[in-house]
Design a protein around this ligand. Structure first.
Ligand SMILES: *Cc1c(COP(=O)(O)O)cnc(C)c1O
Length: 458
């Protein structure tokens, strides 16, 4: 056996993702059975376009009366999503933000939400400009600080809204611990976790005691960057009924075609997530050793401060992480300009690798103090590693890094001296360039990567 093929084998056997029992079988079958048992035994769920449904007699209907309230294709995708989340009910919306709007209608004027100092940009916007207009008060804090959290909870707190890992620093919160302390204070406080980064393939929020698992289905769940959808998954009958009422009466429903596409996407979620994880870890490890990179933030690497917690809490990690370039804004712009396979774009979770610049994209307009606390600086890039051949991704990043003008020790030099002229790029290329081509990549990059071992069960 050649060295390359034995390291590939080693890699696969060491990936050690232990999935939730029946995850794939459920994703492929749940939601599709009614059609198989129906008149024509369709193997896959048909797209039901009807806006209205004939009633047996006025006021008496079979399942649905009007498609805003529900239709057969949406029923299928909601059942499939609920199975993935291990939830009793999932309610879908026309985007993640549509789901968030409905979730925020569960509370009202005078109520308080305790949330985190760093959040998805759109969630911030919603909280600051829309929720506050509706009389809801939002408290932002570091929820991992037990004292601060306890201090922030009050009689008016009706919701605790969490996101983990935190975008883009990738800090991880101990979900069970936070939920336990919130529920210990008042069991009626609704806990919400935005699980878009990790997906239920690796982490199931409801199993950790969270009340609402919120997904931007537009990301990994859809997985092909071609559908927008959001979901809220719950075990409580009361929350399910209220969210279904809001879905119908606020009207931000997903289209039947989008429901069909997501049903299709969910059947390959397990395969895609394993590959995103593998590629992501390999690229992160590669960047960690790269002379033009100052630091990598990836919760699946031992260098991450929350590595142990992350391994205990999750069954694996997705393909998102961030890194600090050994350079400044100018170098980072240059890096982006030289990328050939990576697309500079917002969002994540598709087959295509994308790269973003938080301070000028997702976090533009966030106060400098907040940015600093969240570790979002002008040399931070966020990557969403796709499903391309990992050697090609490493090679693309490698050439763009060397072309960026970034250099080892840049940060210290900036602090110690005034800006110096760019040193000889050719010298560095010659002496330090990590060669990433074909089997060489397998030997230098792939074989040395240790993958974390994730929890078998919660
Ligand atoms: C994209 C995203 C959302 C919003 O979802 P949309 O489908 O774009 O409305 C919410 N949270 C996170 C973490 C996201 O990445």
């Amino acid at each position: 056996m050649s060295r390359a093929s034995s390291s590939a084998h080693f890699l696969h056997s060491d990936m050690d993702v232990i999935p939730f029992p029946k995850f794939a079988t459920n994703a492929i079958h749940i939601g599709n059975e009614p059609e198989r048992n129906g008149a024509s035994h369709d193997l896959v769920t048909p797209i039901s376009l009807a806006v209205t449904f004939g009633q047996i007699e006025p006021g008496v209907f079979k399942v649905h009366d009007y498609a805003r309230g529900g239709n057969p294709t949406r029923d299928s995708v909601e059942r499939s999503l609920a199975a993935a989340e291990n939830a009793a009910h999932t309610v879908t919306f026309s985007s993640g933000t549509g789901a968030l709007s409905a979730i925020m209608q569960l509370i009202g004027s005078g109520d308080e939400v305790v949330s985190m100092a760093s959040l998805y940009g759109g969630t911030y916007t919603y909280f600051d400009n829309i929720a506050t207009k509706n009389g809801i008060r939002i408290v932002y804090l570091d929820v991992t600080d037990a004292d601060k959290l306890h201090h922030a909870l009050s009689r008016n707190t009706r919701m605790v809204y969490l996101e983990s890992p935190v975008n883009p620093s990738m800090r991880v919160i101990d979900i069970e611990a936070v939920v336990r302390s919130v529920k210990g204070y008042n069991k009626d406080i609704i806990t919400v976790l935005d699980n878009s980064f990790t997906t239920p393939y690796f982490l199931r929020p409801l199993d950790l005691g969270v009340d609402i698992s919120y997904q931007s289905v537009s990301k990994y769940m859809g997985g092909h960057a071609d559908v927008m959808m959001g979901s809220a998954s719950v075990n409580s009958e009361d929350l399910a009924n209220r969210l279904k009422y809001l879905q119908n009466n606020m009207g931000a429903i997903p289209s039947p075609f989008d429901c069909y596409l997501i049903l299709r996407s969910l059947k390959t979620l397990h395969i895609r997530m394993r590959e995103h994880m593998k590629n992501g870890l390999l690229v992160a490890k590669f960047l960690e050793r790269h002379p033009c990179v100052e630091k990598v933030n990836h919760p699946g690497l031992p260098s991450h401060p929350n590595y142990e917690l992350f391994k205990k809490q999750s069954r694996g990690c997705s393909g998102i992480f961030s890194f600090y370039l050994s350079g400044g804004k100018t170098e980072l712009f240059k890096f982006f300009r030289h990328l050939k396979i990576f697309t500079v774009a917002a969002s994540f979770g598709g087959c295509e690798s994308v790269c973003s610049f938080p301070t000028v994209m997702s976090h533009k307009g966030v106060q400098p103090k907040v940015l600093q606390a969240a570790g979002v600086t002008d040399n931070l890039a966020r990557l969403s590693i796709g499903l391309e051949d990992v050697e090609d991704l490493m090679e693309d990043l490698d050439q763009a890094l060397w072309s960026s003008g970034a250099r080892k020790g840049y940060q210290q030099q900036q602090q110690q001296t005034s800006p110096t002229s760019t040193d000889s790029r050719r010298d560095r290329r010659g002496s330090q360039k990590i060669k990433i081509v074909n089997t060489q990549a397998t030997q230098t990059g792939v074989a040395e990567v240790e993958t974390p071992r994730f929890a078998r069960r919660y």
